[in-house]
Design a protein around this ligand. Structure first.
Ligand SMILES: [Zn+2]
Length: 295
């Protein structure tokens, strides 16, 4: 009988997270500034070396969120979100230069999958992390699923070169029978989960980090600060939707549906046969122009 995915890796992961020692060199790859805080605030300050990638700039083409945050345009809102992330991560000792933004437009990551896969492959080669932490495949937000998919593909490619990191995922959110379910994984074939209960000091720090994302106050109010869950990423079939029924993101006008997702993911998997299809790298460090929010 084959070993369930993540056997030895899960044991090592649990020991490391539940122990008090430093965590190994880790690359965190998430869709938006604040995702790392929602899902993994407890791990961020504990790594020997850490790099945090925000694949999107957190600034949708639709300017409603930007205007609500007092920004007149997409660029100002992206800069604001980047600055909020710098302030939040500083609270757990992560310096600004450990963070980079790849500046894909928010809500559009799934339209740039080959480019994102190539950029992650390059980041894996350059940084050579032992752990990679990303989103679970949940149908919560299309950018999260796109980043999870791209990270899985890039880690599989690293594995073929004999340099596979341990791929870890954090619980985000998905559709439940009565609305959004957050901080809980969808069921998957894997060894187990690590359920971290934040003590008073960690909860206070996470609350302060949330507060640093002032433009996201309304969104972050939906997430608790008491627990974070991690597991070795299971093997997903990205050609299929993450679960049956209506996906959480299908409740929003974000231009994504399960059927469109399947078209995109299947096309990327087909194109992986020709590795050259993914040879369009994103510059790894794109400076964001700092701009004050407009009145
Ligand atoms: Zn997000």
């Amino acid at each position: 009988m084959p070993e369930r995915r993540g056997g030895a890796a899960f044991t090592a992961l649990r020991r490391a997270i539940e122990g008090g020692a430093s965590l190994p060199k880790t690359l965190v790859i998430v869709a938006h500034p604040d995702d790392e805080t929602i899902g993994a605030s407890t791990l961020l300050g504990r790594c020997e070396r850490l790099r945090v990638v925000h694949v999107t700039d957190g600034s949708p083409r639709d300017l409603r969120d930007a205007r609500n945050a007092g920004c007149a345009d997409r660029g100002s809102y992206a800069a604001l979100r980047h600055e909020e992330a710098i302030a939040a991560l500083a609270l757990c000792g992560v310096p600004a230069d450990a963070m980079e933004c790849w500046q894909i437009t928010d809500q559009e990551a799934a339209l740039h999958l080959p480019k994102i896969v190539a950029a992650i492959e390059k980041a894996l080669q350059d940084f050579a992390p032992r752990w990679v932490l990303t989103h679970a495949y949940e149908g919560g937000h299309p950018d999260h699923d796109a980043v999870a998919f791209a990270t899985h593909l890039a880690c599989e490619a690293a594995g073929r070169r004999g340099a596979a990191p341990t791929l870890i995922e954090m619980a985000g959110y998905h559709a439940g029978p009565e609305g959004m379910v957050s901080g809980v994984f969808l069921p998957a074939e894997c060894e187990g989960e690590i359920d971290v209960e934040l003590d008073e000091a960690l909860r206070a720090r996470k609350a302060a980090m949330f507060a640093a994302f002032a433009s996201q106050r309304g969104v972050l109010a939906a997430f608790g600060i008491g627990r974070e869950r991690f597991r070795v990423a299971p093997s997903y079939d990205f050609r299929e939707a993450p679960h049956a029924g209506r996906l959480f993101y299908e409740n929003f006008p974000w231009g994504m549906s399960a059927s469109f997702w399947k078209e995109l993911s299947r096309s990327v998997l087909a194109s992986r046969v020709d590795a050259s299809a993914c040879a369009v790298p994103i510059p790894s460090r794109v400076p964001l122009t700092s701009g004050a929010p407009q009145e």
